[in-house]
Design a protein around this ligand. Sequence first.
Ligand SMILES: [Zn+2]
Length: 67
Amino acid sequence: MTSQPGDDRAHRPSPADAVCARCGTTAQGPPLTWTCSVERGVRRYFCDACAREHIRAIEGRLDSDRW
Ligand SMILES: [Zn+2]
């Protein structure tokens, strides 16, 4: 039985990366400060800055296309 170092997965990008649907900012997680909005069955994330700016539209369930 041979032992091998597990270095081959060290630099793999995380599949949990989130992209802000409005400004394109990327982050891992997504962070708790981000807002998730489901529009037409598609999950979209908004960073804290965009979410704060458009919280009313998000809470009003308006599609971001109409912002
Ligand atoms: Zn943003």
